[in-house]
Ligand binder design. Structure first.
Ligand code: GRF
Length: 208
């Protein structure tokens, strides 16, 4: 049974999709904890209602990124994770933290990486005249929104789209691809070599 710990900052809809799929599909895994850097994160309410252990490591209580990262790692390690899932976690993690969990930490980013790392991805995609947007699940490396790509969803841009409409359609695909990527990880179906991720059963890593 693989132990999944999720890191969140907000509503946690991706975390919820992963938890629901894990339970409903009977993965060899469990979401054992939801850890937030924000005390008011909506994700904590969902977790509590589902009986998932929660923890808050409030970044405002720490004088530096390093001291916050150390406290976060101590909290996370207490849950003995096999996999760390970043699900709308809005703090940049330092290199030491990332290396501690390298190869067992996933993130989802709402763009077709390597395009548009960072914030306001949908606005930037629209401003650039992109005809397609999407989301990327990737292993976390010290460089922000970088790292070996596990899976991507491609979402066409429609005439009249604004960033909110586009974000909603991309988010709907996030709720499909992130649970699948996590499932593949816990089932041992992912191999990383030379910065590339291979799905060992040969299943498609691209969705549209
Ligand atoms: C998602 O769009 C995700 O791609 C990004 O932050 C958002 C989090 O949404 N990293 P939620 O908290 O999972 O609902």
């Amino acid at each position: 049974m693989k132990r999944i710990v999720t890191l969140v900052s907000g509503r946690g809809s991706n975390m919820q999709a992963i938890h629901a799929a894990c339970v409903q599909q009977g993965w060899p895994a469990a979401v054992v904890a939801v850890v937030s850097n924000r005390p008011g994160a909506g994700a904590l309410d969902y977790a509590a209602a589902q009986g998932i252990t929660t923890a808050v490591v409030d970044h405002r209580a720490y004088p530096s990124r390093d001291t916050f990262d150390d406290a976060l790692a101590a909290a996370v390690d207490g849950f003995r994770p096999d996999l760390l899932v970043l699900a709308g976690f809005m703090r940049i993690l330092g290199a030491a933290f990332v290396r501690r969990y390298e190869g067992r930490m996933l993130n989802i980013h709402p763009s077709l990486l390597p395009a548009f790392p960072g914030l306001h991805t949908h606005r930037r995609a629209l401003e650039a005249g992109c005809q397609a947007a999407g989301a990327t699940v990737h292993f976390v490396t010290p460089e922000l929104d970088h790292g070996p790509i596990v899976m991507q969803s491609v979402v066409p841009v429609r005439p009249g789209d604004d960033e909110h409409r586009l974000a909603d359609r991309v988010l709907a695909t996030e709720h499909s691809i992130y649970p699948l990527a996590v499932r593949w990880f816990v089932e041992g179906k992912l191999a990383v070599a030379d910065g590339r991720v291979r799905q060992l059963a040969g299943e498609s890593q691209s969705f549209s």
